[in-house]
Write a protein that binds this ligand. Sequence first.
Ligand SMILES: [Zn+2]
Length: 436
Amino acid sequence: MTRLRQAALLGLLLPALALAQGPPPSGPVTLVRTGRVFDAEAGRMVEGQDLLIRGDRIEAVGTGLDAPDGATVLDLRRYTVLPGLIDAHTHLLYLEEPNSSLMEGGMKAVLTEGLPLRALRGATRAKTFLDAGITTVRDLGNSGRFGDQALRRAIDEGTLPGPRIIGSGPGLSPDGGQFPDLLHPHQGLVAEEYRIVRGPGDAVAAVREAVAQGAGVVKVYADNTPGRLSLTDEELAAVVGEARRLGVPVAAHATLDDAIRRAAESGVSSIEHAYMASDSTFAAMARLGVAYVPTEIDSVTVRGYFEATTDFAPEEIDRRVTGYLGWSRDRIRRAHAAGVRIVAGSDAYLDAGRPQGEVAKRMLWAYLGAGIPAAEVLQAATIRAGALLGRDDLGVLRPGALADLVAVEGDPLEDFDSLEQVRLVMKGGAVAHDAR
Ligand SMILES: [Zn+2]
């Protein structure tokens, strides 16, 4: 008996076929009345909109919608409602002391914490993202051997509250991963945190391993800073080719100009960091349609790190904050001027002594500080991030989209700091956080 016939006899196939045609919308019905909503496609606010939600999706958007019989009415007319925010670069299972290093933090995670403890801590961290209004994260490795997938499953099945996770599993890296100082006899430890790739055939196998475990994105280290190695063009092409065949986008860590350009030319979906990108490389990214995820830190957070971890005099802290911001903002400005599509991603893995989700959200102020218009910053964390995930039902408030939304005090296009005043978060049609 074939598997297919067995499945048919057991009646397993019929629900699957019905699902393929799209199930009829069902579930609780909520009519949300808003003060205004952010139209992510147009990049503007629209006053007085109502959202009709059935089950986990938006069914209708408009003015003066009637509440169907039995519907719950959620009155958010005092607030601005945005699509749930998306952070396209997180590490929920990893937190590092600000004056430590990836090497030290990684060894601590691998040798003294272990995956169960990391996943439990990650669960607590995940909730802080949801509370901050971040309803989806793209989690890019440093989660041991697929700890991100365990957390994703626990959240998806409703065991734990948290944002929707699109996770990569261990990042595909040249030898050594991001543990450059690990002595040769101990190199086996690298495989606890990274998937070492040796040759194009192995790269294809690594992509399949990740997707088989539930990865919704492939993370590849075009170069493995702080290590000194990089993948070859053939290895990058093999990763991209197999990921494309399996319908999964590729996020490439790349910091040196050569690796950034080669990763972009190989067809990855996004470049993460791009610290040393030249103008011509940004122009190539724009031409090739490769997104840029600037993992930058805003002025408030960077100052906090210096104050918490150094005993520098205030003038010295000022000098260093100014130095960092000059370096960081120049890069964002050059990418923006070249026409590169910027997508929000925090990479907030340093412990700032505050809820991690709040720290992550401050990435938006880093982009704003570089001169990106507020509406575009919001698009970078909504519709553009959804597109990078290959999802047209995330990051938008329109019929058919998932009912992920965040209500904030005031109007973020008038006063961006109002994004700090989160009053309600809904994920998949259910209220996940209510601070009204
Ligand atoms: Zn990262």
